[in-house]
Write a protein that binds this ligand. Structure first.
Ligand SMILES: [Zn+2]
Length: 252
C-alpha cells in the first residue's frame, strides 16, 4: 500500500506542478488562469489534452510545439517533476497526518515563488496572501513546540530582512521580507533563522560562481527567492538534523 500512496502523491504533485507553472507565469502579469485554456505562446493554438500531460507531453513532443515547432521551455517539465518528487518525499518523511498538509502547502508556495521570482523577479502579494490563512490555521491544528514559535518566527523572519533592506539599500526586496514572514509561521523561530542563514550562504556562494564564470555581471540584480525556497525546504525536512550536527560539531 505504501508504494501506491507514494506513487499517488507523486502523480498529484506532477499535476499540481503543471498548475503551479501556469499560476507562477500568469499571476504576476494579472492574466486569469481559471477559465482560460492553455495556448502555445507562439502560434496561439489551443493545446489539446494530450499536449498537457505533465512531463510526458514534453518528452513525446521533444520539447517543441506540435504546430509551429517553437521550443517549449525545459522549466515546465523540471517544475512538474520537482513538485512530484517533493510531494512524494513529503509523504515518505511525514506519513499521513495534518503535518503532511502543511508540507504540501509549503512545497506549493515554494514552487510558485520559484517560478515567479525566476521569471519576473517578483513575489506577488496575492500568492503570499493566498497561503497565509492556511498556514495560520495549520499552526493551530499541527502546532510547533513551543506554541509561540510560529509567531516569533514570522516576526524574526520579517525583522531580519527588514534590517538587511535598510542596511544594504536594496540587497533584498520587500517580497523577500513578506515571504520570510509567511515562512516563519511554518518553520518557527529556530528553523526560520537556519533557513535565513542557508539562503544567504547559497546566495553568496552561487552568486560568486555566477560572476566568476561570467554568467551574470557584477551588480546585476538576481532573484533571491530561489535561494530562500531551497533553504526553506532543506530546513523544513532536515532542520533537526542540521541543528543536531551543529551541536555535535560545537562539542568537538
Ligand atoms: Zn505553437
Amino acid at each position: 500500500m505504501e508504494v501506491f500512496a507514494v506513487l499517488f502523491l507523486f502523480i498529484i504533485g506532477l499535476t499540481c506542478g503543471s498548475f503551479f507553472n501556469v499560476v507562477g507565469l500568469r499571476v504576476p502579469k494579472k492574466i486569469t488562469f481559471m477559465n482560460d485554456r492553455s495556448k502555445c505562446p507562439s502560434c496561439r493554438r489551443e493545446l489539446a489534452w494530450y499536449e498537457l500531460i505533465p512531463v510526458l507531453s514534453f518528452v513525446l513532443q521533444k520539447g517543441k510545439c506540435r504546430n509551429c515547432d517553437m521550443k517549449i521551455s525545459y522549466m515546465y517539465p523540471v517544475i512538474e517533476l520537482l513538485t512530484g518528487i517533493l510531494f512524494a518525499w513529503s509523504y515518505i518523511m511525514i506519513g499521513f497526518n495534518f503535518e503532511l498538509l502543511k508540507a504540501l502547502f509549503l512545497v506549493s508556495l515554494c514552487v510558485i515563488v520559484f517560478v515567479t521570482d525566476m521569471k519576473y523577479m517578483l513575489i506577488p502579494n496575492k500568492i503570499l496572501l493566498f497561503f497565509l490563512p492556511f498556514f495560520v490555521i495549520l499552526s493551530f491544528i499541527a502546532p510547533l513546540e513551543p506554541w509561540w514559535s510560529p509567531l516569533v518566527g514570522a516576526a524574526a523572519g520579517m525583522g531580519i530582512i527588514a534590517l538587511i533592506i535598510i542596511v544594504s539599500r536594496g540587497g533584498m526586496g520587500a517580497g523577500d521580507m513578506k515571504l520570510f514572514g509567511v515562512l516563519g509561521i511554518v518553520l518557527g523561530l529556530e528553523k526560520v533563522l537556519i533557513a535565513f542563514f542557508l539562503s544567504c550562504l547559497f546566495g553568496s556562494v552561487i552568486g560568486i560562481l555566477l560572476i566568476l564564470f561570467r554568467i551574470i555581471k557584477r551588480k546585476q540584480p538576481v532573484p533571491f527567492g530561489p535561494y530562500i525556497v531551497v533553504a526553506t525546504l532543506l530546513t523544513y525536512f532536515f532542520g533537526d538534523d542540521i541543528i543536531q550536527a551543529y551541536l555535535t560539531w560545537l562539542k568537538i
